[in-house]
Design a protein around this ligand. Structure first.
Ligand code: HEC
Length: 206
């Protein structure tokens, strides 16, 4: 049983890698015109400094999608201290932002479902082996009204490429391309309402 679960997660991981690679090609065309030295050891304050210098560029690029959240999310609460490398998001550096409705996201209380209107966004960037900094996709989840999509506990998933192209939206255009998001988030531990939360090492709050 445990083995089957692991196989399933690995399978989903592979599907995700394939999609990330596709997005990676887009990254290549979305250079931020920034080079850094010693990319392999990028973390902590240095990763934060890189992020601060490209943050605005990321926002502008996502805004090409026309989705209103893209213009607003970077002013929301960011519960991570610094960007961190996410293995399940194509080894990109990511940040999380939560809107006011999702206030419990920041303090990582678990046990009760998030209210309708909760939105959590990740922006992302990648760094190549040669130190070139690339824009990465934006990932979003939003809690919709009860009955919106029972198989994802009513969360809507959306992914926007760095050129502003919307890859897919749950129950909307390209829905099949974001189904793998829910498949993996459905495996999150009980009592976390399909969310995974931040690694403890980068949390600003407990
Ligand atoms: C293979 C598993 C997996 C897949 C597929 C996946 N995620 Fe996640 N997601 C995670 C994990 C683990 C975290 C928390 C740690 C991290 O960011 O690496 C997370 C965190 C998030 C968060 C922050 C909220 C939270 O859960 O803490 C958002 C938003 C998000 N993912 C959106 C998406 C979207 C949109 C997709 C599809 C395009 C997607 N994810 C696909 C595993 C996955």
């Amino acid at each position: 049983m445990v083995f089957r679960w692991i196989t399933c997660v690995v399978g989903l991981g592979m599907a995700y890698v394939a999609t990330s690679l596709d997005a990676q090609e887009k990254d290549t065309r979305s250079s931020t015109h920034m080079m850094i030295s010693d990319p392999a050891s990028l973390k902590g304050d240095r990763a934060e400094a890189v992020y601060q210098s490209i943050k605005d560029t990321l926002r502008q690029q996502y805004m090409n999608s026309g989705d209103p959240v893209t213009a607003a999310f970077q002013a929301w609460r960011r519960p991570n201290r610094e960007p961190y490398r996410s293995g399940v998001h194509g080894q990109r550096f990511v940040n999380h932002y939560a809107n006011d409705v999702a206030q419990d996201y920041g303090v990582f209380k678990s046990g009760k479902p998030f209210p309708e209107g909760s939105i959590i966004v990740k922006d992302s960037f990648a760094v190549t082996e040669t130190g070139e900094v690339m824009s990465g996709p934006m990932f979003l989840i939003e809690k919709k009204e009860k009955g919106f999509n029972p198989s994802s506990k009513d969360w809507l998933f959306m992914m926007i490429k760095p050129d502003g192209e919307i890859v897919g939206i749950t129950n909307g255009p390209g829905a099949s391309k974001v189904r793998f998001c829910a498949n993996c988030h459905n495996q999150a531990p009980d009592g976390q309402d399909q969310l995974y939360f931040l690694p403890k090492s980068v949390r600003r709050y407990n």
